[in-house]
Design a protein around this ligand. Structure first.
Ligand code: KG4
Ligand code: ZN
Length: 348
């Protein structure tokens, strides 16, 4: 079964053809990073307009790279939740129109579910086994999900404030590193001393997270290091830091964020002792320091990471998620009525 997956929930316009939920025949991603690097963050209106400009060329390239025409496609899948309203609208309206025009069944997937299913792309012989712990770490979400079987998600931990990716992005801004912050911090941290600055772990006793305090702790530590008062504007701090201080702050912050994550994962597997594998998902799962730490300190469980290029937003994961929805008996959506849900939970 060949599924065309379409993803436009934030600032990537993506389409992919995937066969039987795991074999990627094509994967086209047009990122708007260059546009938003200038502004230091995503501007929703601009994102929607950019999706509109490249949506059809991206889909046509996904079909031609896969050597497919419309007759070869068995179903269309699209992200309909959560995400930026205008961005979701462009993807879903395109998918609805194509489903009607080419008479294809249409499946609507939740973005976090798709991130998790990026772990089923690739060889079917080494898929995660259930029940599993999914660690969803992206720009908008930080959640621990208990997945007892395919297409079944229970949120067992979530963030009270900032998402971990958002925290990387905000700390990068303080340090004067370019957007998106995650890759910039990871790169800078390679030359830094991760033990130079001691940063606090949040005081959250259950499986939940809090990352806004960590961002503020970095801000205060930078102000202190520069000998500036706490009233000093954060946008100017970068002008007072040397390259080696920036590298040490990046490394110390990254280490703390990774340690916080690993600590919660350990608590989760203690609380749910029947967990058979640990699956990472979302943009932050591309982080190399996290990958290294997870493989060494969680070595008692099979640990899965998506291929780095599939950690961020892409259409292949949407097609994979839809494949397992179809296998679980989910009915196709009505292409004349499919709605978008910018803020809906994965449990709804
Ligand atoms: O999943 P994603 O592409 O989009 C959302 O669904 O949010 O995640 C984007 C987030 C951004 O916050 C970005 O800074 C972060 O993932 N990110 C990383 C890395 N690559 C991307 N964070 C840490 N290390 C990375 N290598
Ligand atoms: Zn995402």
């Amino acid at each position: 079964m060949k599924i065309l997956g379409i993803e436009t929930s934030c600032d990537e316009t993506a389409a992919s053809v995937v066969e039987d939920g795991n074999k990627i025949l094509s994967n086209v991603v047009v990122s708007q990073i260059d546009i938003f690097a200038e502004y230091g963050g995503v501007i929703p209106e601009v994102a929607a307009r950019s999706h509109l400009e490249v949506m059809m060329p991206v889909i046509n390239k996904a079909l031609s790279d896969a050597s497919c025409n419309w007759d070869d496609i068995d179903a269309i899948a699209v992200t309909h939740a959560p995400g930026l309203l205008g961005s979701l609208l462009i993807g879903t309206l395109t998918a609805r129109t194509l489903a009607i025009l080419h008479n294809k069944p249409l499946y609507a997937t939740h973005h976090l579910k798709s991130h998790v299913y990026a772990n089923w792309l690739g060889s079917p012989d080494i898929s995660p086994s259930f029940p599993l712990l999914a660690v969803v770490i992206s720009g908008g979400h930080t959640q621990l999900l208990y997945m007892k079987e395919h297409d079944h998600f229970e949120i067992i931990g979530t963030t009270h404030d900032d998402a971990i990716g958002e925290c990387f992005d905000k700390v990068a801004k303080i340090l004067g590193l370019p957007y998106p912050g995650g890759p910039s911090i990871a790169k800078m941290a390679l030359n830094g001393d991760k033990n130079r600055y001691k940063l606090p772990h949040p005081n959250v006793s259950n499986l939940d997270f809090s990352f806004s305090g960590l961002k503020t702790a970095v801000l205060r530590a930078v102000q202190k290091e520069c000998g500036l008062p706490i009233s000093h504007p954060s946008h100017d701090l970068k002008n007072h830091l040397s390259d080696s201080q920036v590298a040490d702050f990046a490394a110390s912050f990254q280490k703390t964020a990774v340690d916080i994550l690993i600590e919660k994962i350990r608590m989760a597997v203690d609380e749910y002792p029947n967990i058979k594998s640990i699956v990472f998902a979302g943009g932050v799962s591309a982080n190399l320091a996290l990958r290294e730490e997870a493989s060494s300190s969680l070595s008692s469980w099979p640990v899965f990471f998506p291929e780095p290029k599939l950690s961020g937003d892409n259409g292949a994961m949407v097609a994979a998620a839809a494949y397992y929805e179809i296998k679980s008996g989910v009915e196709p959506a009505d292409p004349f009525k499919l709605n978008i849900y910018p803020r809906i939970s994965i449990e709804d």
